[in-house]
Design a protein around this ligand. Sequence first.
Ligand SMILES: *[C@@H]1O[C@H](CO)[C@@H](O)[C@H](O)[C@H]1NC(C)=O
Length: 254
Amino acid sequence: MNLKSIILTLILGLQLNFARSESGKIVGGEIMDITNVPYFVSLEHFTRRFICGGSIISNFWVLSAAQCKVDVEETDMRVRSGSSRRLSGGQVHKVLKAFIHPNYTDLENPSTEYNFLMLKLVNPIIFDDKRQAIVLAVNPSMYKQSGSALALGFGKTENPTQSSEILRGVVLELINDYCNDGSSILNKVCVKSPLKGVCAGDIGGPLESIQFGTLLGVVTHNDHLCGHAVYAEYFGSIFLVNKWIYQTMDNNQD
Ligand SMILES: *[C@@H]1O[C@H](CO)[C@@H](O)[C@H](O)[C@H]1NC(C)=O
């Protein structure tokens, strides 16, 4: 072996360990304080089992992924706001009603497109420095220049001494226009970030445009090579469901 192949083997070995050590959580991220991302919430079962991440989009509404609703009754669901910790702190809100996007049909095989869930809360969230709504991205052409986005979630990291109970964020580079599979930002949001990414534990969590501070997508991961793929196409696009979100809110005011 020459020096170059030894180095390559080492790097590849590290990458594989990196990918395998993740049992489904955010990879390569930094600890985030909720006051910097006050739109982040978590979904839990009332028995205090963590389910998914989510985003506050108005006082009464939370957006997450459809696959988070499988096997959970909405009356058993809780939303925890204003906390950087998993299953503790902040405030817990009851869910009045859950809406899965009508085009999300294959519950057994979660896909990225239309993988959206809206939750209407029983009582409104009172906004403060730890609780705010994030504005939805509306103009896709604004996001076609390459830029970066912040994905949020809880989870284990590659370093076992790092807590898996604290909110983490990872900055990902958006891919211009088209994903690997040819779909565009109108259907999926694709990112390019070797050795960084998101995994199963982060499903439903937000992808925020760093340039505009708007919500671009929702994490919908179902690939076992967490954080390993050079290109990742695991974010449901807000542009595909904007209209449905506004209609659902309009049709379900009290
Ligand atoms: C569901 O998919 C169809 C076909 O792609 C599309 O025309 C329709 O607008 C979608 N429904 C919603 C609510 O977005």
